[in-house]
Design a protein around this ligand. Structure first.
Ligand code: UD1
Ligand code: UDP
Length: 365
């Protein structure tokens, strides 16, 4: 079988790694990088570390407004599909690259396979919600990470092509946590991040909060962004913040007080897994990181009003926090009763990549 796979943003590289490896054993994959993310530490670092095959096409679209960026991808992907004549197009997640891939394929009557189908925040203002709803409704195969995702789709009237394959990000964590530990244990993690931020204090395992912020709803509103930083300033442990370039630019403009906040460049996946596993808590608005925290049994506070990953809220492993200074502080300082609770297995068995491969190749026959 010949598949065109579309990737373009950081979380998609991480999802692509296990699938490409399994699929390419018996099939042909044409990998398309849209170029949505392009900094070395937002893109190349993942290809090197996770041994993702070199893309066959790189569209180099770069950053732009939603319309312009998506349109450039759409035009580029259409040409590739016409040229390659694949049996299907596979897309991951909910970025502009996802929607462009799904739309280009569906207009050419090529089957669309959506990995991470069925997630919903029910917040229509989120660009990701728009992308995932549209992509799901264009897809032939809806490869869901959880039973909740399957149920969400059924509520929208999608009843065929649904499959709960488990979460491919769980595959990635299981494959890589051992490597991450071998590479970064014994203080190597600290030496690594000190190279990036020489004024970093001495941090100890479980003695810091690991934070990331990049959602438009938080970054593009100066009041919300300032409130988050004011809360971080007052936390009882240092905050380690590998900062997305989008947020970095905005933080520089706001001239914020960075007391207790230690900004570093975005890091590679293995270091991120190590930092997550060894943080006292993760504080984030990232979708992927909420789950990684859960998989690695690190409590999480999510700086959003909704989450698509509702399973993580059980037993307060993850707590949603409104963007109010005192509420964020209270949530982060909460007593971690979750550590006494076992986690039910709600994200599959770590074999999502193989199940996706089986489903996609079965459909073709
Ligand atoms: C995108 C996805 C989001 C996902 C995130 C993962 C959309 C609508 N959003 O958000 O769902 O959670 O990726 O990280 O697709 N920039 C750089 N260098 C880069 C990439 C981006 O400097 O390599 C800066 C640019 O100023 C750019 C901004 O970040 O304008 C936003 O990038 P963009 O890809 O549009 O959205 P993300 O916020 O990264
Ligand atoms: N990540 C990383 N380095 C960082 C920040 C995040 O490797 O500095 C990884 C993180 O471990 C997770 C993925 O990037 O696997 C999440 O991507 P992001 O938060 O950008 O997007 P989202 O999941 O919110 O769409």
């Amino acid at each position: 079988m010949k598949l065109v796979t579309i990737i373009g943003a950081r979380p998609q590289f991480i999802k692509a790694a296990p699938f490409s490896e399994v699929f390419r054993q018996h099939n042909t994959e044409i990998l398309v990088h849209t170029g949505q993310h392009y900094d070395t530490n937002m893109s190349d670092i993942f290809f090197d570390e996770l041994r993702i095959p070199k893309p066959d096409y790189h569209l180099g679209v770069g950053s732009a407004s939603h319309g312009k960026q998506t349109a450039a991808m759409l035009a580029g992907i259409e040409e590739i599909i016409l040229n390659e004549k694949p049996d299907g197009v596979l897309v991951y997640g909910d970025t502009n690259s996802t929607l462009a891939g799904a739309l280009a394929a569906s207009k050419l009557h090529v089957p669309v396979y959506h990995v991470e189908a069925g997630l919903r925040s029910y917040n229509q203002r989120m660009p990701e919600e728009q992308n995932r709803v549209l992509t799901d409704h264009l897809s032939t195969l809806l490869l869901c990470p959880t039973q909740t995702a399957v149920d969400n789709l059924k509520k929208e009237g999608i009843t065929t092509g649904l499959l709960n394959v488990g979460d491919i990000m769980y595959d990635s964590v299981l494959r890589n946590i051992g490597l991450a530990t071998a590479k970064y244990a014994h203080g190597e993690w600290l030496r690594q991040i000190q190279q990036d931020n020489a004024s970093l204090p001495f941090l100890v395992e479980k003695g810091y909060y690991l934070a990331t912020i990049h959602r438009a709803e938080n970054t593009d509103d100066p009041v919300r962004l300032t409130t988050i930083f004011r809360a971080f300033r007052s936390l009882n442990k240092p905050v380690l913040l590998p900062l997305h370039p989008r947020t970095k630019k905005l933080v520089e403009n706001l001239n914020l007080d960075l007391h207790n906040i230690h900004i570093i460049q975005p890091v590679g996946y293995l270091l991120m897994l190590f930092l997550t596993a060894n943080a006292n808590m993760v504080v984030t608005d990232s979708g992927g990181l909420q789950k990684e925290a859960y998989f690695l049994k690190t409590p999480c506070t999510t700086l959003r009003d909704q989450t698509e990953w509702v399973e993580t809220l059980e037993n307060a492993w993850n707590v949603l926090s409104p963007i109010e200074e005192s509420t964020i502080i209270t949530n982060v300082h909460r007593i971690l009763t979750c550590l006494n609770h076992p986690q039910p297995r709600l994200f599959g068995d770590g074999n999502a990549a193989q199940k996706i491969c089986d489903a996609v190749t079965r459909t073709e026959r």
